[in-house]
Ligand binder design. Sequence first.
Ligand SMILES: NC(=O)c1ccc[n+]([C@@H]2O[C@H](COP(=O)([O-])OP(=O)(O)OC[C@H]3O[C@@H](n4cnc5c(N)ncnc54)[C@H](O)[C@@H]3O)[C@@H](O)[C@H]2O)c1
Ligand SMILES: O=C(O)C(=O)C[C@@H](O)[C@H](O)[C@H](O)COP(=O)(O)O
Ligand SMILES: [Zn+2]
Length: 370
Amino acid sequence: MSTDGIRTVEVALGARRYPVWIGRGLLGDAARWRARLRGRHALVVSNTTVAPLYLERVAQGLEGLHWSSFLLEDGEAHKSFANVGRVLEALAALGATRDACVIALGGGVVGDLAGFAAACWMRGVDFVQMPTTLLAMVDSSVGGKTGVNLPAGKNLAGAFHQPRAVVADIDTLATLPDREYRAGLAEVIKGAAIGDEDFFAWLEANADALAARADAPLAEAIARKVRYKAGVVARDETEQGERALLNLGHTFGHALETAGRYTTLLHGEAVAIGMLLAARLSERLGMGPAADTARLRRLLVRLGLPTGVPAGSDPQHLLDRMRLDKKNTAGALRLILWRGIGRAEIVAGVPEPAVLATLEEACRAGQRSA
Ligand SMILES: NC(=O)c1ccc[n+]([C@@H]2O[C@H](COP(=O)([O-])OP(=O)(O)OC[C@H]3O[C@@H](n4cnc5c(N)ncnc54)[C@H](O)[C@@H]3O)[C@@H](O)[C@H]2O)c1
Ligand SMILES: O=C(O)C(=O)C[C@@H](O)[C@H](O)[C@H](O)COP(=O)(O)O
Ligand SMILES: [Zn+2]
């Protein structure tokens, strides 16, 4: 950590690298991030909730540039192809040239969509991530996965396109609703559950402080998760192998999100439920110990995350959704399972009857608790 309290995590991709700055007051610290903008044009993509809160701080740093903003309506349902088209039209209206920069100011929805538009405009222009949710700070702003949802499934269209910098201003979390904050914690837990048992134990020890958003543990949790993800991305930028581990809980989670038409569960909530389903399936297949499933469940509950599928979920329908997951190959399910906390694995050819049985059990429990 530097003397001004800002932590920097470098994402190193061979000769290319970019900083993730984590700390307070960063949006107003244009001297730091403005240097990452190369050209004359900037388009700030945000949404109708975040812009009234934070656009002004960013705007002060854009003085002297030719810039404008494009605001999405709020919500996962707006992470759509149609809106990518609208952002591209806004870039055209701005007269953005190849050295333009797209600035994503908001949560993961804004970041994924704006990054995808940046990847498309003139076949790729710079973009800077300014995440304003915990989830976006610890996960979506880092690593260059951009894209949008289709009615058929989550993130089915997209591109790998790395940002020039990530500006994670912790001050913005002051206005983040509690439910969204907790959803972000799910992606923090995920990192630990995949590959860092010490971090998992640290999360258990600091769960109450994190739930209360205590300063120091929160900054530490963000930095630790970002460092973990940056390491994975540095080794496997385009998910040829190891990076798929970052999808723990996501095949189940994405199916739940899609089944709810992107309005029932938040992404982080779906990931929380999905991780638990992956742990249960691992048990069923004789891989993961029941004690670790229970430990994961306890931490999720302590941090206020859901652990059961929504009432009315249909196991066969969810399985059908899982068949369209991007990790699948040769018509067979490829899932991230685990041998216990910190020991996730990519498993190809997972038997569908075992997946269906896991889903059926969860849906029966969901019915009982409704
Ligand atoms: N690209 C990746 O690697 C990656 C990783 C994880 C998740 N994702 C994607 O990210 C999305 C979820 O991101 P999210 O959880 O940030 O959701 P989100 O972008 O919908 O933001 C959550 C809510 O918080 C509001 N908000 C944002 N910042 C705020 C602030 N500071 N104060 C008050 N309100 C604020 C938003 O307007 C929204 O209502 C999903 O689409 C998911 O698929 C992508
Ligand atoms: O960065 C990654 O890689 C991830 O998988 C991070 C996930 O948390 C994230 O939700 C991502 O968008 C999922 O990607 P997808 O390829 O499964 O759509
Ligand atoms: Zn995710």
